[in-house]
Design a protein around this ligand. Structure first.
Ligand SMILES: C[S@@+](CC[C@H](N)C(=O)[O-])C[C@H]1O[C@@H](n2cnc3c(N)ncnc32)[C@H](O)[C@@H]1O
Length: 273
C-alpha cells in the first residue's frame, strides 16, 4: 500500500492535542536533552540552529546553554508549531531565540552556525544521512552536529502488560508504514558514518512506576494524535483504541500488576566537522 498518498507527510499532525503532547514529551525528556547537549559541547556564546524545532523545547534548552551572548534559530515547516514556540519564548522573556518557517530538505542561504542540533527529527527524514552530510556546510569549520533520537521499540513494561504492548505495536507499526524510523536512536551511529562523520554517542533511559507515572498520559496522548491515521490504515478501530479511557486503563492495569515502565532508550550522537 502506498502510504504517502493516504497519510499526512508528518504522521503525528499538528492538532492542538499534538502540540500539548509535544510539550508533555518535553517535560519528560528535558533533563536528558540538556545533559546530552552539554556533553556534546553546547557552550556559552554559540550560535545554534535547531532543526524541526516543533513547539521550541530543544531551542529553549539550547538558549539556556548558550546564554545571552549566544543565539538560537529554530526552524520547522509547521507554522502552527512555530506560533506556539514564539508564544513560549515571549512568556519566558528570552531575546536570544528566533523561529523561521523553513523546510529542512531545502536549506539554502543559511548563515554558518557553530552548531546544528535536532531532536526526534532524523527519524522523520527518509534521506537522513544525505541531509546530515549537507549540514556540514551549514556549520563553521570544526562545527558541531548533534542529534537526539529514541529507540521506541526498546520500551517495555515489567512485568509485561498486554495493553502497553498493543500500544507500542500500534505506534511502531504506524511509523514504519509511514516510512519513518521508530528506532533511529541506535541507528544514529550508521547515519553519522554514512554522512562521513565519526560520532560520539550517549544513551539515557527513564524508568518509572506507580500512580503518578507519566507513561499513562504520554502513551495515551501519542495514540490519540495517531488515531486518525491508525484507523485510516486499518491498524485499529476507534473502539479498540478508545482514546478517551486509554490513560485510565493503562494506569489501572499497571497498578494491578505493580508495573515498572522502561521508557525508550534516548540516544544522542554528535560529531565535529
Ligand atoms: C516529533 S517533532 C519534534 C519537535 C522537537 N524537535 C522536539 O523534540 O520536541 C518533529 C518536528 O519536525 C518537523 N518536521 C518534519 N519534517 C520536516 C521538514 N522536512 N522540514 C522542517 N520541519 C520538519 C515537524 O513539523 C515537527 O514539528
Amino acid at each position: 500500500m502506498k502510504i504517502g498518498s493516504e497519510l499526512e507527510s508528518y504522521v503525528l499532525g499538528h492538532s492542538d492535542e499534538e502540540l500539548v503532547r509535544l510539550e508533555r514529551q518535553a517535560e519528560i525528556f528535558s533533563e536528558a536533552t540538556e545533559a546530552i547537549l552539554s556533553l556534546a559541547g553546547l557552550r556559552t556564546g554559540m550560535r545554534v540552529l535547531d532543526l524541526g524545532c516543533g513547539v521550541g523545547d530543544v531551542s529553549l534548552i539550547a538558549a539556556r546553554l548558550v546564554g545571552a551572548e549566544g543565539r538560537v534559530v529554530g526552524i520547522d515547516r509547521a507554522e502552527e508549531a512555530l506560533s506556539t514556540a514564539r508564544r513560549r519564548v515571549a512568556a519566558a522573556g528570552l531575546s536570544n531565540i528566533t523561529f523561521e518557517s523553513r523546510d529542512i530538505e531545502a536549506l539554502q542561504d543559511v548563515e554558518p552556525f557553530d552548531a546544528v542540533i535536532g531532536r526526534f527529527i532524523l527519524m522523520h527524514l527518509p534521506r537522513s544521512a544525505a541531509i546530515l552530510a549537507d549540514l556540514k556546510s551549514v556549520v563553521v569549520p570544526n562545527g558541531l552536529l548533534a542529534f537526539i533520537e529514541m529507540d521506541i521499540s526498546s520500551s517495555s513494561a515489567v512485568p509485561p502488560m498486554p495493553l502497553f504492548t498493543r500500544c507500542l505495536d500500534w505506534i511502531t507499526t504506524l511509523y514504519r508504514r509511514a516510512g519513518m524510523e521508530p528506532d533511529m536512536g541506535s541507528k544514529l551511529y550508521g547515519v553519522f558514518r554514512a554522512a562521513g562523520l565519526a560520532p560520539h554517542l550517549h544513551g539515557i533511559c527513564r524508568v518509572e512506576g506507580g500512580p503518578d507515572a507519566t507513561a499513562y498520559d504520554y502513551v495515551a496522548e501519542t495514540i490519540r494524535t495517531m488515531s486518525p491515521n491508525l484507523q485510516k490504515l486499518g491498524l485499529a478501530t476507534a473502539e479498540e483504541l478508545d482514546v478517551e479511557t486509554l490513560s485510565a486503563r493503562l494506569r489501572q492495569a499497571s497498578l494491578e500488576a505493580d508495573t515498572c515502565f522502561v521508557f525508550p532508550r534516548f540516544v544522542g550522537a554528535w560529531a565535529r566537522t
